[in-house]
Design a protein around this ligand. Structure first.
Ligand code: HEC
Length: 148
């Protein structure tokens, strides 16, 4: 089905796309035409991933939060890969994610690890609904909580 073939590049995990036994120069079965260009939302997601990765490492090392990433408010309006986002599902998750991001910046230092992990959970919750490929990568962003 054409739609699934278009959705795959952004939402499948990159590892899964490696063909373990490449035969001759046959390209993977893709619908005729160019692969869709990387969407604004996909670029924003890469930025969010990098932010979560470095913020988690900072917090685990007992360092302070980076400056509040205002740019992520664009999650509500960024253009997605065509056919990717059903806004009636996406928008409440996106809003919940932004609220959780705010909570990270307003919660006491002692609770930041927990609130950060809840933020990563909110990434995973949305991805469980519409874009499961990056879930493995998202789960690795969690800070291990072993101090109890
Ligand atoms: C509200 C839903 C939602 C939330 C919250 C969300 N994502 Fe996404 N994410 C998506 C959608 C939809 C796409 C596909 C975007 C597209 O192709 O246009 C995506 C794409 C991605 C991609 C693939 C980008 C690429 O290179 O194509 C990664 C990685 C990713 N998200 C990681 C994260 C991380 C990490 C978080 C939390 C910090 C997060 N996402 C939060 C919905 C969400």
């Amino acid at each position: 089905m054409a739609l699934a073939a278009i959705l795959l590049p952004a939402c499948s995990s990159r590892m899964a796309q490696v063909d373990p036994a490449p035969t001759h120069a046959e390209p993977a079965r893709v619908v005729k035409g160019q692969p869709p260009p990387t969407s604004q939302l996909a670029l924003l997601m890469r930025d969010m991933t990098a932010y979560a990765d470095s913020t988690g490492k900072h917090l685990a090392a007992g360092k302070d939060l980076p400056e509040y990433p205002k740019r992520f408010k664009a999650i509500m309006t960024a253009e997605s890969t065509p056919g990717m986002v059903d806004h009636s599902t996406f928008d409440p998750y996106a809003q919940a994610w932004l609220n959780q991001l705010d909570a990270l910046y307003t919660s006491p230092t002692s609770e930041r690890t927990e609130v950060f992990n809840a933020l990563v959970q909110t990434c995973a919750a949305c991805h469980g609904q519409m874009c499961p490929g990056p879930l493995v990568r998202i789960k690795k962003l969690t800070i291990p909580e072993n101090e109890e």
